[in-house]
Write a protein that binds this ligand. Structure first.
Ligand code: AMP
Length: 227
């Protein structure tokens, strides 16, 4: 099963993507932002280039991002299917991906879109925390279902007890606003990318889910749509 996940920063898209992966068992969960953060952490050339853009809330240029993701989709763990989360982020990326899938004869089964008003997404962003051990361990200080736990006076990952950190671009108001400007832009930004896939007729099913209810409710609606 091949799935594209869309949703503004703060919509719970990463959390829901991790749930689908767990349910499906053997499909890859590919998060473009997490690939960049891993490279930044590892001090790679790619990481150094990407950091400048990420800190500002800008998109990393297409000539870096597009080949990175298209190559990633060719790796072995993608053979049984994938969830692509955070890519495509603009119209050019969407059109390039749609063409690459068509050329390779790869079927896109679902487009999942988590719909959330901009002001709600913004409030949610500042509370989320990253687990040092596993990117698929969602933690958020404002949501009971995924609240970090306290250990020795410190908040740690609720799944594995790993150290938690906040992303720098999640605490910077201007960077948050810029990321949302890009997401909600339906001319060339991410909403334009969503529309490229919505316009594909035929084998791809679009599942639009209201992101405002609880995580459990969003999961239930989403999984019902994936049947
Ligand atoms: P995310 O973890 O999805 O919020 O991504 C964090 C940051 O990585 C974004 O704000 C961008 O700077 C960069 N990034 C992630 N995905 C893409 C993409 N598809 N195209 C360009 N930049 C991206």
């Amino acid at each position: 099963m091949n799935i594209l996940m869309f949703g503004p920063n703060g919509s719970g898209k990463g959390t829901q993507g991790a749930i689908i992966q767990e349910q499906q068992g053997n499909i890859a969960h590919i998060e473009s932002g997490a690939i960049f953060r891993k490279n930044i952490g590892g001090g790679t050339e790619l990481g150094k280039k990407a950091k400048v853009y990420i800190d500002r809330g800008d998109l990393v240029p297409d000539n870096i991002t597009i080949p990175m993701i298209l190559d990633r989709l060719k790796e072995d763990d993608c053979k049984n299917g994938w969830i692509l989360d955070g890519f495509p982020r603009n119209k050019v990326q969407a059109e390039t991906l749609a063409k690459a899938l068509k050329d390779e004869g790869i079927k896109l089964d679902y487009v999942v879109e988590i719909v959330l008003p901009r002001e709600v997404a913004k409030i949610r962003i500042t509370g989320r925390r990253l687990c040092a051990n596993d990117n698929n361990h969602p933690n958020h200080i404002a949501f009971d279902a995924i609240k970090p736990v306290e250990k020795d006076g410190k908040l740690v990952c609720r799944v594995c007890g790993g150290a938690l950190s906040a992303r720098a671009d999640d605490q910077d108001d201007a960077a948050i606003d810029k990321r949302h400007d890009i997401y909600y832009d339906d001319k060339t930004g991410t909403m334009a990318a969503v529309n490229v896939f919505k316009a594909l007729k035929g084998e791809t099913k679009v599942v639009s889910v209201d992101g405002r209810p609880s995580i459990k409710e969003v999961t239930a609606t989403m999984l019902a749509g994936l049947k």
